[in-house]
Write a protein that binds this ligand. Structure first.
Ligand SMILES: [Zn+2]
Length: 194
């Protein structure tokens, strides 16, 4: 009889903006921490926030968080330092530049027995899949698909609309530090690019 050890896995938390993905990610990590497992959270280094950080959970715990840059260097850092923990969280995975490379790192970590939680936007403000989402979601063992509330009709929002002065706008996939704002919208209220 073959003895099976604790097997690794990839759990994705996805949905539009304002669907509570980061909160759910932290709840999952908190659950791991309560079981006495070692936990780390990686966040993308954006808008000049970088380095060591921590995240307070609802139960008053502090989880260590590390900001790593969104290039290959950061992806490598996730792999290298992730190896030292049993449970690994990655927040806002859509930000990393190379979705395929990140997805392969998640696979390797899970193959080596780690539990990997990854939160990510599945669709852009254009209503199209993020490259990272396609790469990562295809490799996950479990997907938690969250929804927000549509600001227009109160329905179930699965899209994220970019707006400026109340009008739908499109353009660059990711705008950091831009003046844009975003609204969760349902399929019916979402406006696609021309
Ligand atoms: Zn709606």
């Amino acid at each position: 009889m073959r003895m099976t050890g604790r097997s690794g896995r990839i759990i994705a938390i996805t949905g539009p903006m304002f669907s509570g993905k980061t909160s759910r990610l932290i709840e999952f990590l908190e659950r791991e921490e309560l079981a006495g497992r070692s936990v780390v959270l990686f966040k993308p280094e954006i808008d000049n926030r970088y380095g060591e950080d921590s995240v307070s959970t609802h139960k008053g715990m502090k989880l260590p968080a590390r900001r790593v840059n969104i290039s290959m260097e950061g992806i490598k850092q996730i792999e290298d330092s992730g190896k030292g923990f049993e449970a690994i969280g990655i927040d806002e995975a859509e930000f990393w530049s190379d979705g395929a490379a990140l997805a392969e790192v998640l696979d390797r970590l899970a193959d080596s027995g780690k539990t990997v939680y990854v939160s990510l936007l599945n669709r852009s403000h254009r209503g199209e899949p993020f490259g990272n989402a396609s790469e990562i979601l295809a490799r996950t063992d479990t997907v938690h698909s969250l929804t927000a509330i549509c600001v227009r009709c109160g329905g179930e929002a699965t899209f994220t609309q970019r707006v400026r002065n109340g009008k739908e706008v499109f353009g660059e996939l990711i705008q950091i530090g831009g003046k844009d704002s975003y609204e969760p919208r349902c399929r019916n209220c979402f406006v696609r690019p021309e």
